[in-house]
Design a protein around this ligand. Structure first.
Ligand code: GTP
Length: 859
């Protein structure tokens, strides 16, 4: 297949193309097409360039076409001699290895350009010498040894321009003697060489090359061919023999075996173009510098080409895509191989160019490629970083869940996460780059440390919060209940409760803290803070309870005052010693005040209770406050021997609380006293049971008689109503409150007017309604007042101050009007007994019986 391609390329290359036209313009585009079609560019250094120069119409093209199988234009022999080749043409030799490019130059001394126009001749000669490995010099046999030979000016020109090449490559000059005569070549060649030497000697040379021999610059070879026109058969035969010399021409010992400074085939065209440009500008042609320049340009081109290939490399694009989504396993290996492929391609293409240039450009290309791919590497590392942190998080959680200590878990998980990250980094680097991942490793370490720190903080907070919650649960309710039952041992009980609970909870915390490996000092400090927290729970509870001291005192008072020793609700029958009970209840409330006045952690005995009892209970605050304030032990804001921070209620506050307490409990006591009185009264209204029995026995006959006679019954009933009405009007119970005799006197004095009033009222009731309205219009305000219900008299231990004050307020007008006849509107003298009975209805609500039942309900 490759052979077929090479043959096709050779066939395509055999078609001659113009490299430089007759006007001296370089035909870059067509030349480039030729290079590609002929497959010259990929030959590296394995190619040779052959040029032919000589007089016009000396059979150059004919020779080349026969020698190399090319198709340079030849002159038609039958039309006469004229110029056919203009400028420089180029073709690839067919069937000659290595790849040989042959150039047919415009003939010298052509009449078309005139005698004086030798500029192009010189320029094309110099160009051929600068780029060719072998230069064929076509000359007529009969010119050898002649003074006016046509090739002499040509040789002169060749040698002259040769001096302009700073460090010329060693070129093989193959003199082809055309139309050889019978004189054998052995005789002709020395003559020719002598002529050449003479010309070389006559050419002016720069100082540096004054004594340089011709052989330093040229490898002179001579061959002779018979006339093509006369002895074509022989000509063709010898041309075939000559062709053999071009096989492996560049190998050592070959025609161009001594050549130096070859430009790689891929740079040949560019190099030729640049050389022609310099020659045209008539500048000095520095071939070594030119070589470097060509190498620079070509290596740049190759590097750019390679870089472009990498950017569109499907494997690279896939890898770049993959790494955006997540870390890629074997990233370094994959990327390294991609980079390697492209660098190798560069090396392969640039291998024949100047080494220094090639290496410099290689480095540039490599750094460009590394710059291109490094973000992908960084991306891979950032994925690995995230993965390492995630691994650390999960690992730490699992380790902690398995019950391992925090510090040990962090240590182990950090180690495994960092080792995995390190491995990932090592897997991501490529051999072409010395990418440093120590910084990102440091970042991962910091990430892990920060996370561990935050987890430690949250775990510690969780631990302390848990311990606090346990302490709170263990202390709050028991302490509250201890304060509820406050007494002598309250504070010692609280202290022992506190000690018991802290000793049960805190060692667990200490043990848990040891897993954090933060030193015993830290653990002790934490535990000590929790101990303080426990104390603060107790103290806050004490403060809270102290802030409600008045309520607690009232509760305590009510409990003691309203319950007997068996905790049964007390019934005020009149036999109780209210004073003593009240004192006992107040004393209990005072003890409560004493307990809640200060915090007693050390349970040191103090005088607070004594001071309170002597000052408040035994003495009277109200009476002493004004007169003996100077000697009042409660006229202070601090307790003796008690630290201010342990003071819950200051002495002065105690005093004021006590004052309020007294005033708020006074009513309860008054109620109790009233209840007792009411009870006594209710018990004294009926005659003793024995009297009732006597009355029933002795008056049995009369009772029976009354029951049997309806008139008596009626009269008895009317009489009862009348007496009842009188009793109500006169308020008999009230009249007899102060004793029997004063009662009889008062009742007898009021009996008659009252009877009169009663009769008047009855009479008024029998009058028509209109008359009644004119004579006795009741005061408008009294009617609604009479409808108002009496205030409730129930007082619970939780009664608010407003409720207590309400109970203190004087009775309502209805109550007053009913209980005090002097304030009520006078009854009409004509009032009927029925009306009187109706009017008595509201009065029953406040009768002593009712009052006494309401009073019972106070407790
Ligand atoms: N006498 C003689 N004539 C030849 C020989 N080879 C070719 N010719 C003739 O010379 C004439 C010119 O041939 P070309 O090959 O075109 O010569 P050329 O040197 O390429 O001509 P230019 O390109 O114009 O410089 C043709 O008519 C050929 O037939 C030869 O060996 N001897």
């Amino acid at each position: 297949m490759a052979e077929v391609d090479a043959a096709a390329a050779a066939a395509a290359g055999a078609q001659a193309v113009q490299l430089i036209d007759g006007e001296g313009e370089f035909a870059g585009e067509s030349a480039e097409r030729f290079m590609t079609a002929a497959g010259v560019a990929g030959c590296g250094l394995s190619y040779a360039v052959v040029s032919i120069m000589g007089p016009q119409s000396s059979g150059k093209s004919t020779l080349l076409n026969l020698l190399f199988g090319t198709n340079f234009r030849e002159m038609d022999a039958f039309r006469g001699r004229s110029q056919t080749t203009k400028g420089i043409w180029m073709a690839r030799c067919v069937g000659v290895e290595p790849c040989t490019v042959v150039m047919d130059l415009e003939g010298t001394d052509g009449r078309e350009r005139g005698e004086d126009d030798t500029a192009f001749e010189k320029q094309s000669s110099l160009f051929a010498l600068a780029i060719s490995d072998i230069v064929l010099i076509n000359m007529w046999c009969h010119d050898i040894g002649r003074e006016q030979a046509a090739n002499k000016p040509l040789l002169k020109t060749v040698f002259q321009v040769m001096m302009r090449l700073f460090s010329p490559r060693k070129t093989t000059l193959l003199f082809v003697i055309r139309d050889k005569t019978r004189t054998p070549l052995e005789h002709l060649e020395p003559v020719l060489r002598e002529d050449i030497q003479k010309i070389w000697n006559s050419v002016p040379k720069p100082e540096a090359h004054k004594d340089t021999p011709l052989s330093e610059f040229f490898n002179v070879q001579v061959t002779a061919l018979p006339s093509f026109e006369e002895k074509e058969e022989q000509f063709r035969e010898q041309v075939q023999q000559l062709r053999q010399r071009f096989a492996n021409s560049i190998a050592p010992g070959g025609l161009a075996g001594d050549r130096r400074g070859v430009v790689p085939a891929s740079g040949f065209l560019f190099s030729s173009q640049q050389i022609w440009k310099i020659i045209r500008e008539n500048k000095d042609l520095d071939l070594p510098a030119h070589k470097v320049m060509v190498a620079t340009v070509r290596c740049d081109e190759i590097a750019n080409e390679r870089f472009g290939c990498l950017t569109s490399d499907a494997e690279w694009l896939d890898l770049e895509n993959d790494v955006q989504a997540g870390s890629v396993l074997g990233f370094g290996k994959k990327l390294g191989s991609i980079v390697e492929v492209h660098m190798e391609e560069y090396d392969k293409e640039a291998v024949y160019f100047d080494e220094a240039v090639r290496k410099a450009k290689r480095q540039l290309l490599e750094s460009r490629i590394l710059n291109l791919v490094q973000p992908a590497f960084q991306k891979n590392l950032s994925h690995l970083r995230t993965k390492a942190l995630e691994k650390f998080k999960t690992g730490l959680n699992q380790s902690l869940e398995s019950g391992k200590g925090f510090a040990a878990s962090v240590r182990e998980t950090t180690e495994s996460s960092l080792s995995e990250f390190n491995q990932g980094c090592a897997d991501s680097v490529i051999k072409q780059a010395d990418w440093d991942y120590s910084k990102i490793l440091e970042k991962v370490r910091r990430d892990i440390e920060d996370h561990a720190l935050s987890v430690r903080e949250s775990k510690l907070t969780e631990l302390t919060n848990h311990a606090k919650e346990k302490l709170r649960k263990a202390l709050v309710e028991p302490v509250e209940s201890l304060f509820d039952a406050a007494g002598q041992t309250t504070w010692s009980s609280i202290e022992s409760l506190y000690k018991r609970e802290t000793q049960a909870i805190l060692p667990e915390v200490f043990k848990a803290l040891s897993g954090f490996e933060m030193g015993s000092e830290f653990s002790e400090e934490m535990v000590s803070k929790l101990r303080d927290y426990g104390q603060s729970i107790v103290e806050n509870k004490a403060k809270e309870e102290a802030s409600k001291i008045l309520m607690h005192m009232k509760e305590r008072f009510t409990v003691v005052f309203s319950h007997d020793k068996d905790s049964m609700p007390r019934t005020w029958t009149g036999k109780e010693d209210v004073r003593a009970i009240a004192k006992e209840a107040r004393s209990a409330a005072l003890k409560l005040l004493s307990v809640l006045a200060v915090i007693r952690w050390d349970d040191k005995p103090d005088r607070i209770e004594n001071i309170l009892i002597t000052t408040l209970l035994d003495g009277s605050v109200a009476s002493k406050s004004s007169s003996a304030s100077s000697g009042d032990p409660l006229a202070s804001t601090s307790w003796e021997e008690v630290h201010p921070k342990h003071t819950l209620i200051t002495p002065a506050q105690c005093k004021s609380v006590w004052k309020q307490f007294q005033s708020e409990t006074e009513f309860t006591i008054t109620q109790a006293v009233s209840t007792q009185q009411a009870h006594r009264r209710s018990n004294g209204r009926l005659p003793p049971p024995w009297a009732l029995v006597a009355m029933a026995v002795l008056g049995f006959d009369e009772i029976m008689m009354l029951l049997r006679n309806p008139i008596y019954m009626f009269l008895l009933f009317v009489g009862y109503l009348l007496v009842r009405a009188l009793a109500v009007q006169l308020d008999i119970g009230r009249e007899f409150q102060n004793g029997m005799v004063p009662g009889i006197l008062s009742v007898s004095a009021k009996l008659l007017p009252t009877l009169q009033n009663l009769l008047n009222k009855v009479a008024t009731d029998q009058q028509p309604p209109q008359q009644q309205g004119q004579q006795h219009r009741p005061p408008a305000a009294e009617a609604p007042e009479a409808q108002q219900p009496p205030p409730p008299l129930l007082l619970s231990p939780k009664s608010s101050m407003s409720e207590l004050r309400r109970l203190h307020t004087p009775p309502s007008p209805v109550r007053r009007s009913v209980s005090s006849p002097s304030h009520s509107s006078p009854p009409s003298p004509k009032a009927s007994p029925r009306k009187v009975a109706e009017e008595q209805k509201p009065r029953r609500a406040v009768e002593p019986d009712n009052e006494s039942s309401s009073a019972y309900s106070i407790v």
